[in-house]
Design a protein around this ligand. Sequence first.
Ligand code: ZN
Length: 57
Amino acid sequence: MARTAVCPVCGEKVEVPDDVLDGEIIEHECGAMLVVRVEGNDVRLEEFKGVEEDWGE
Ligand SMILES: [Zn+2]
């Protein structure tokens, strides 16, 4: 039961493995690096822009 999400870079569907973890980074076939955001049963993808998000939450 693979889930799908939309690539924010190219707009194509991305198949996300069922056991994917929140915060995991996957590479889409368009070449984009995507951060997986798991929200309950939904999966959202964000473009990975590097590791400069360390604002100390
Ligand atoms: Zn893509």
